[in-house]
Each structure stands twice: as C-alpha cells, then as structure tokens.
Design a protein around this ligand. Sequence first.
Ligand code: SAM
Length: 163
Amino acid sequence: MQIQVLMFEQDDPTKCTAAKLVKFGIARRIKHLKGTDVILNPFASEFVLQSDKEKTHSITGIDCSWELAQDTFLKKFTGISKKLPPLLAGNPVNYSKIGKLTTAEAISGALYILGHKDLANSILNKFKWGHTFLDLNQYLLEDYFNAKTSDDVMMISQEYGLN
Ligand SMILES: C[S@@+](CC[C@H](N)C(=O)[O-])C[C@H]1O[C@@H](n2cnc3c(N)ncnc32)[C@H](O)[C@@H]1O
C-alpha cells in the first residue's frame, strides 16, 4: 500500500501530521495526483469500505487547513474521492469532533477499514495523542471494517448516535 500526501502548507509546519509521516518515511509527498487510487475527501459522497481493498494500491491524504478545506476540495482531484465513516478525532485541536480528523488519523482510519490494521496502528504510534484516536474509535472501527455496504455504515453510525 502506497501512502501519499498532497501538501498545501496552510497550517503550522511544526504541527503538520502529513509532514511528520513524510519525515518518518511512512508517506510519500507527491506534487500531482496522477495515477492515484483513493483520495481522502471529507466532502465525498462515498465511504471507504473494506470491499475497496483489492482495487486500492494507494491512499492519498490532502493536507490543507480545515479553515480552507471546503475551497480546497472544490478543485477537481484525480482519483476516487472517498470519505471516512463518522469517527471521533483524537487529536488535541479537534478532540472528539466527528469527522474532523488530522491527515494521519484519516489515513490510519482508512487503512484500518481496508484491513491494514497493523499499519494503521503503527502510524498512530508516531503521535503522542495517537492512542486516543484508537481508544475513542476502537469498536467503531471494527464495526466499519465489517460493514459491507454504505447502508451498513449508516446503520452502525446511527447505533453509535453519530448522525
Ligand atoms: C483538512 S486536513 C488537516 C490537516 C492537519 N492540519 C494535520 O496536520 O493533519 C486533513 C485531511 O485528512 C483527510 N480527512 C480528514 N478527515 C476526513 C474524513 N472524515 N473523511 C475523509 N478524509 C478525511 C482529508 O484528506 C483532509 O484534507
């Protein structure tokens, strides 16, 4: 699995989780989206599902500021835009907000749902607050991993009172 980030450099670089993933050699920084599979887009209409695993060879996070995210995602990105099912942020900036994840949390969440659970965990281990994301979402992530369809995802998130 190729983990990639497209970085807009709109946030404090010392706190940027994408920059940290690049620094640790976990993610590759790309300049263009040519030949990418899944693009993590919080405004997409489709969820990441485990059934995407076979056709997904790369996951790309779009590292931009949440303040500017709506405008940033107005651009046409090549690739298959997918959103994550509702998950709780574990990072200190947006702690417990639904769906407002850092790039590292989003990549980790997508990897978990696709079935790359060890890789998902090892990414979060690089961050002080990483275990918080896993603790908050442990059961949710496992249920989303087992979901077959978007309807299943909606039902699960309703059961958890997340929509
Ligand atoms: C808006 S940026 C914020 C980056 C933050 N400054 C950092 O240091 O990680 C977070 C990126 O992670 C991905 N992401 C976050 N939440 C998501 C969600 N609910 N669904 C899909 N992708 C999401 C998107 O690529 C999004 O652009």
